[in-house]
Write a protein that binds this ligand. Structure first.
Ligand SMILES: [Zn+2]
Length: 332
């Protein structure tokens, strides 16, 4: 498989001079869906965090519905036909119904009620694994109670710039009878194309991070968001099929990625684990994990008209530089 890219040239006259200046813009095409992305020269669009998150965390803590003492009273329980206890607990993670439903079955799961402030560098594989395990149990419970809800995803908005309305770190699960747009697009990709893409990345090595056992991690060739990572678990197609070992493996890679983001100066991210119906022939369960702009007053959002309305990525962090940052962690 050829990883396709084209180059565009912009010409302008330098301010205050008559000197022509040329800029090259690289347009890359995602090998799976064909969506295009612009890799721009480094422009400092994603400055490192200099915001005092811990103090902001303390200010937002009084009244937080996910903190100890309030979580049991203020969060909605799951319907009894989904889960008799109303909440799902795995390790420190606690899952409950999303007060603001986005689908027929929406769940929120905190890493821990005690972790109101949780910088990316402190998110351990255990915390991630327990949180994902709670979401997997939720997906299984919904599918058992309502067999037509076959489309599950596990997602995260982490910190306000990513779309999170609550400071307290959490994941979100959606289980529904219909896919989201990206679940549909990915489920329509011919299975061989996933294998060819991974093979091309393995051969090139430039963006390939590693194989943690049954899951392969790469930096996205044509990212829709900054520092975007992708992972592929070829043996299964739905989060509901994640077993304990695979959850641990996924959580290990996830925490490596978040640790690298912290080192790069980022504190906000989005994640989506795109499930197709369980047993979908040839579909590998796969995810995207990407940074968002840092929280700071009058900040610049990384999501512009290009990403939101054209579905066109535009990043000034070259995927190959991101791979150099992150790859070391996977090779240790
Ligand atoms: Zn809290």
């Amino acid at each position: 498989m050829e990883l396709r890219r084209e180059f565009l040239t912009a010409e302008m006259i330098e301010p205050g001079t008559d000197k022509p200046v040329r800029t090259t813009i690289e347009v890359r095409f995602d090998p799976l869906t064909g969506h295009s992305s612009r890799v721009l020269p480094e422009r400092g669009l994603m400055p490192a965090s200099d915001f005092d998150l811990e103090t902001f965390g303390r200010q937002s803590q009084p009244g937080c519905p996910f903190c100890p003492g309030r979580i049991d009273v203020l969060t909605p329980r799951l319907a009894p036909r989904i889960h008799p206890d109303g909440r799902i607990v795995r390790g420190e993670a606690v899952l409950f119904a999303n007060l603001h439903a986005y689908s027929s079955h929406s769940a929120v799961s905190v890493y821990s009620p005690r972790l109101h402030y949780l910088p990316l560098g402190e998110i351990t594989p255990r915390l991630v694994a327990d949180n994902i395990a709670a979401q997997v149990a939720f997906a299984k419970a919904v599918m058992a109670a309502e067999p037509r809800s076959q489309w599950a995803s596990i997602n995260a908005n982490h910190m306000l710039p990513s779309g999170s309305s609550l400071f307290h770190p959490h994941m979100q699960g959606i289980v529904d009878s219909r896919p989201t747009t990206w679940q549909r697009l990915l489920a329509e990709v011919p299975p061989q194309r996933f294998a060819d893409y991974l093979e091309a990345e393995r051969r090139s090595g430039e963006r390939y991070l590693g194989d943690t056992g049954r899951i392969q991690w790469i930096v996205s060739f044509a990212p829709i968001a900054p520092a975007e990572l992708r992972a592929f678990a070829p043996a299964i197609s739905s989060p509901a099929e994640l077993d304990v070992d695979l959850i641990d493996e996924l959580a290990h890679g996830f925490a490596l990625g978040l640790g690298a983001y912290a080192e790069m100066g980022f504190e906000s991210f989005n994640c989506a684990i795109y499930g197709a119906p369980p047993g979908a022939e040839g579909y590998p369960l796969n995810l995207r994990l990407a940074c968002r702009s840092n929280l700071t007053p009058f900040y610049r959002s990384d999501s512009t008209f290009l990403e939101r309305l054209h579905w066109e990525g535009a990043v000034d962090l070259a995927p190959e530089s991101v791979a150099r940052w992150i790859g070391e962690r996977f090779r240790k």
